[in-house]
Design a protein around this ligand. Structure first.
Ligand SMILES: Cc1cc2nc3c(=O)[nH]c(=O)nc-3n(C[C@H](O)[C@H](O)[C@H](O)COP(=O)(O)O)c2cc1C
Length: 437
């Protein structure tokens, strides 16, 4: 086993950590009491010093985001904790919401103090019933003890917190669609600028951060930004929660120091590839990033810069491992169903293109592919990328294009079989996909 710092999962296995009494016995809420004695701008400086980058996927520096919020604008400042967690392969926030919700609440209170925000919201995906009830109960307990509400910890600072359930739409994890949804409207992204820090929820200054980002705040303020910066690597400080799934012996959520070698992560933390098989590919960031082949991951480290330089992305570290038996046509079709279903429909290229691509992959999978299908997919992708309001379209095409580029023989073979009329009976061919959602 490898020694990693344990900032977020330190108490995750304690059976009573989800209760206020249990969490408090292990130090919860001790840092917010101290933070309330520190000038809010100094708290932001500490977060900047830590170098922490947003854990929701984009990796934007958190301290910088907070410093964009105008002070004394005369409008309320809102804080939103993005717990929508719908990226395929991602389930790390869920673990914190279920087992250490007070860590999240304390992190939110530190952010709220820094931003001088009197109202915050946890926006949680609709399917997360159990995490919702755990987090809701934690908020109620915090209110009952006076840790939320008026004059918290005798500081004259007031803070109200609510938890809001989404209705099961992937797009509502995109921050501006999330705000539309919170305002009671259809969850569809807004044009940017203006950015949420200036004009967000109800056109007021708003900070949106991922659950994991906020859960790091107690450590950063307790130990200082420099302590956080000293963990990990230069431009990717701290630890990272990785949701590891797929063909590995030990799937689960792991907390690793940023910059950890990927191959070692698979072999040691994940227990290697299951059933003694060989590694074929990894989708390292959640499904909306470029796939990496086994040779490509040989020397790569798990941090923002290393994965970017290797042509993929750390994203939110939804780490999906595929073994040598994986049928890449079926794998990409699975993703195509997801994205076609989840497009919010606002932008024509994403709405229409997503379905076209799904249809083309479907016919290839059924052994009905046409000779020009691969160039056609590339053409449709080119018309989606860069032509939509939000990043959904830009990132949906990454797994499609990288999979057909890196595993061309599998597509050629399937299309070739169709052309020659040699379609082999496969189990999946019996599954009727009617395109209905
Ligand atoms: C289609 C789409 C879905 C997203 N889903 C999530 C999500 O489920 N959770 C999340 O934290 N960020 C998600 N994001 C990123 C958010 O828009 C935003 O960047 C993030 O919540 C900011 O927090 P951070 O700076 O702490 O990462 C999504 C973005 C896109 C384009």
């Amino acid at each position: 086993m490898t020694a990693h710092h344990s900032i977020l999962l330190k108490n995750i296995r304690q059976p009573d950590q989800h209760t206020l009494a249990g969490a408090e016995s292990r130090g919860a809420y001790s840092t917010i009491k101290k933070a309330l004695q520190i000038d809010p701008l100094k708290v932001i400086e500490e977060v900047k010093t830590s170098g922490i980058r947003g854990r929701g996927g984009a990796g934007f520096p958190t301290g910088m985001k907070w410093s964009f919020v105008p002070r004394n604008s005369g409008k309320p400042v809102y804080l939103i904790n993005n717990a929508d967690e719908s990226e395929p392969g991602t389930f790390k926030d869920r673990l914190l919401l279920e087992n250490d919700p007070h860590l999240i609440i304390e992190g939110m209170l530190i952010a709220a103090w820094a931003l001088q925000s009197n109202w915050s919201c946890i926006y949680i995906r609709g399917e997360y019933g159990y995490p919702f009830s755990r987090a809701k109960k934690a908020i109620e307990e915090a209110y009952a003890k006076g840790y939320l509400g008026k004059n918290i910890f005798g500081s004259n600072f007031n803070h109200d917190m609510v938890i809001h359930r989404g209705a099961g739409a992937y797009i509502c994890g995109e921050e501006s669609a999330l705000m539309e949804s919170l305002e009671g409207k259809k969850g569809q992204p807004r044009m940017k600028p203006p950015f949420p820090a200036v004009s967000g929820l109800y056109q007021c200054p708003t900070v949106i951060n991922n659950v994991e980002t906020l859960a790091n705040m107690p450590f950063i303020i307790e130990n200082g930004g420099k302590a956080f910066l000293s963990i990990g690597v230069e431009k990717s400080s701290g630890t990272k929660l990785v949701s590891a799934s797929g063909h590995i012996n030990k799937p689960g959520v792991y907390e690793i120091d940023m910059g950890y070698p990927m191959k070692r992560f698979i072999e040691e933390e994940c227990g290697g590839i299951w059933q003694g098989r060989k590694l074929k590919a990894v989708i390292p960031g959640g499904s909306s990033v470029n796939i990496m082949t086994a040779p490509e991951i040989e020397k790569v480290n798990m941090d923002y810069e290393s994965l970017r330089l290797a042509g993929s992305s750390l994203g939110c570290a939804g780490f999906m491992v595929l073994d040598e038996t994986t049928d890449m046509v079926e794998a990409v079709l699975n993703l195509a169903h997801f994205y076609a279903h989840e497009s919010c429909g606002q932008c024509t290229p994403c709405r229409e293109g997503g379905h076209w691509i799904e249809k083309i992959f479907t016919r290839i999978s059924r052994g009905q592919g046409l000779p020009g299908d691969i160039p056609l997919i590339e053409n449709v992708c080119a018309q989606i990328g860069g032509h939509t309001i939000c990043a959904f379209g830009d990132t949906m095409i990454l797994p499609y294009l990288s999979i057909i580029k890196k595993f061309p023989e599998e597509f050629k073979e399937r299309i070739g079989e169709a052309i020659r009329g040699q379609v082999k009976p496969r189990e999946y061919l019996n599954v009727v996909y009617d395109g209905a959602h």
